[in-house]
Design a protein around this ligand. Structure first.
Ligand SMILES: Cc1cc2nc3c(=O)[nH]c(=O)nc-3n(C[C@H](O)[C@H](O)[C@H](O)COP(=O)(O)OP(=O)(O)OC[C@H]3O[C@@H](n4cnc5c(N)ncnc54)[C@H](O)[C@@H]3O)c2cc1C
Ligand SMILES: NC(=O)c1ccc[n+]([C@@H]2O[C@H](COP(=O)([O-])OP(=O)(O)OC[C@H]3O[C@@H](n4cnc5c(N)ncnc54)[C@H](O)[C@@H]3O)[C@@H](O)[C@H]2O)c1
Length: 459
């Protein structure tokens, strides 16, 4: 049985840099991966979706250019080319990452599925059907999440799609019905509308994007409706059946059933860890009520010397959070510094168009906590840059501590909203109060300059 100083399970956004760093520091390290290096982000998440979102944006711009006086003739969307481009980006990223791992001395990359067979021992099912067993002083779990498939009558009798399989389609769906209205639903919903599908979104809650402020959700709804995306809220799917290439859907709204049809169904109802076969109990690793691995503020599980990083530990499921877990673990385990992940600022960006960039607290969270706040809101139709570029959709919003002037949170629904909100995040990181941005000199006419106008609304 081979012994390592460290074993990393899962080549995700934390595990991949971590195994290389540990090996470079002289620790005999193994990385166990059951599928592909790069995990969700590279293979089925951020990179492939954003590559396809870029194609969808190009299709939209080509049609929208008419409003700028530029006529480009008939537009065709070549789905094969879009998928080929997406695949070549994924293969390049995955290949580069795998090469960096293979080139690292003192690091073994072992393809196979790991499960705990002892407190500090794993057994790996290898692709050739055999198994191998390894022990280590320390384990780092970066095994990620999988799509939740809700228990709906008939769902397993239809060829439903997930965020992974929808990117393997060879034809653009005629009518795509999407369960859920979170990031995955809205990014794919708008993308396929722009490729030419009819899209219907079914959301059980009263409104879409329930974690965001209602004015932001309303603005997103308005933008999606302008592209003829049908959004049905307060409604759940209660049953599915298939008739040739047509899928029959039973919907239920306040107890009243109705029938719809579509050609494809995308399940985008959230993601969760599915660790049934992982042998966590053998290693003494506890999970919470939702099945996430429990960790303390130092990322350590209930089993000493076993750490969990990235999505599998619960909390915000983003690439940059998983990557930061890697940075934190290096500080803790290698640099022997104290870490605390509980007060981390969490930015994110939903890549609909215009983008929704977010950081910090929402207005609804601040009000629920009884905080003394001021709220600055600016619609983009009064932003010079938006008017000039012909895209006045969206709005900006910031939550301010009424006493100190500190920025507590922001939402920017705008072209490059993810970049603009990062300016506000840097102000938050540097303790720059809103009045300094109100009076800051920014180049004209940029979106950044409109932060002057956003905070002027508080005067
Ligand atoms: C469609 C989609 C789009 C997304 N877009 C964005 C975005 O734009 N921005 C953003 O920040 N985030 C995005 N995310 C989320 C992001 O992909 C994840 O938060 C990120 O990849 C972090 O994942 P991770 O490091 O926890 O693990 P993952 O990247 O999920 O990696 C886990 C790895 O563990 C392996 N594994 C699991 N079990 C075992 C086992 N028993 N043995 C061996 N190996 C195992 C898996 O094969 C996988 O490679 C998106 C997600 C999806 C699904
Ligand atoms: N741009 C990004 O950063 C990005 C993009 C995609 C995914 N992600 C990550 O992936 C995670 C998963 O994304 P997601 O969109 O699947 O999850 P989500 O949690 O964002 O949204 C899930 C949606 O499904 C709905 N829902 C729940 N049960 C349902 C049911 N039975 N029928 C219909 N709808 C139901 C919820 O009300 C919600 O609207 C996100 O939380 C995010 O962390 C990030």
């Amino acid at each position: 049985m081979k012994h390592y100083d460290a074993i990393v399970i899962g080549a995700g956004q934390a595990g991949t840099p971590l195994c290389r760093k540990l090996a470079k520091l002289g620790l005999k390290t193994a990385l166990i991966e059951k599928r592909w290096v790069g995990g969700t982000c590279v293979n089925d998440g951020c990179s492939p979706t954003k590559a396809m979102v870029a194609s969808a944006k190009a299709a939209w711009s080509a049609r929208h250019n008419e409003t700028l006086g530029v006529h480009v003739g008939g537009i065709t969307v070549d789905f094969d080319e879009i998928i080929d481009r997406k695949n070549s980006i994924v293969h390049m990223m995955r290949g580069n990452s795998e090469k960096r791992i293979l080139d690292t001395a003192g690091l073994d990359l072992i393809y196979g599925t790991a499960r705990f067979s002892g407190r500090k021992e794993i057994t790996v099912s290898l692709p050739d059907g055999g198994t191998d067993t390894f022990t280590a002083d320390k384990f780092f779990l970066n095994t990620g999440l999988k799509p939740v498939i809700p228990d709906i009558e008939g769902i397993h009798s239809i060829p439903y799609l997930t965020s992974t399989t929808i990117m393997e389609l060879t034809e653009i769906p005629e009518h795509l019905l999407i369960l859920g209205s979170g990031y995955i639903a809205l990014e794919f919903g708008q993308m396929f509308t722009r490729f030419g599908s009819k899209v219907t979104i079914i959301e059980p809650s009263k409104r879409i994007l329930k974690r965001e402020d209602s004015d932001i959700a309303e603005e997103v709804t308005k933008i999606l409706a302008q592209e003829d995306i049908e959004i049905i809220t307060g409604t759940k799917a209660a049953g599915f059946s298939q008739n040739g290439h047509i899928i029959n859907v039973t919907l239920e709204t306040e107890g009243i059933k109705s029938q719809r049809t579509c050609t494809h169904v995308l399940v985008a109802a959230g993601r969760k860890p599915q660790l049934g076969e992982f042998g966590l109990e053998v290693a003494g690793i506890e999970v919470d009520k939702k099945g996430y691995i429990k960790v303390n503020a130092q990322l350590e599980t209930s089993a000493e010397g076993i750490y969990a990083l990235g999505d599998v530990k619960g909390g915000p499921a983003f690439t940059h959070i998983s990557y930061d877990d890697y940075r934190q673990i290096i500080q803790l385990v290698v640099e022997k510094k104290q870490i605390d992940i509980s007060d981390r600022l969490v930015p994110y960006c939903m890549f609909i168009d215009p983008q929704l960039g977010r950081v910090g607290i929402t207005e609804q969270e601040a009000r629920e906590k009884g905080l003394d706040i001021k709220v600055a809101v600016l619609k983009n139709d009064s932003v010079a840059r938006s008017i000039e570029t012909g895209d006045e959709r969206g709005m900006m919003k910031a939550i301010i501590d009424a006493k100190t002037g500190a920025i507590l949170g922001a939402a920017v629904l705008a072209e490059q909203g993810g970049e603009i909100v990062t300016i506000l995040q840097m102000a938050m990181m540097g303790g720059i109060t809103y009045d300094r941005l109100l009076n800051g000199v920014f180049a004209h006419p940029t979106y950044a300059e409109s932060l002057n106008n956003l905070f002027m609304t508080l005067e």
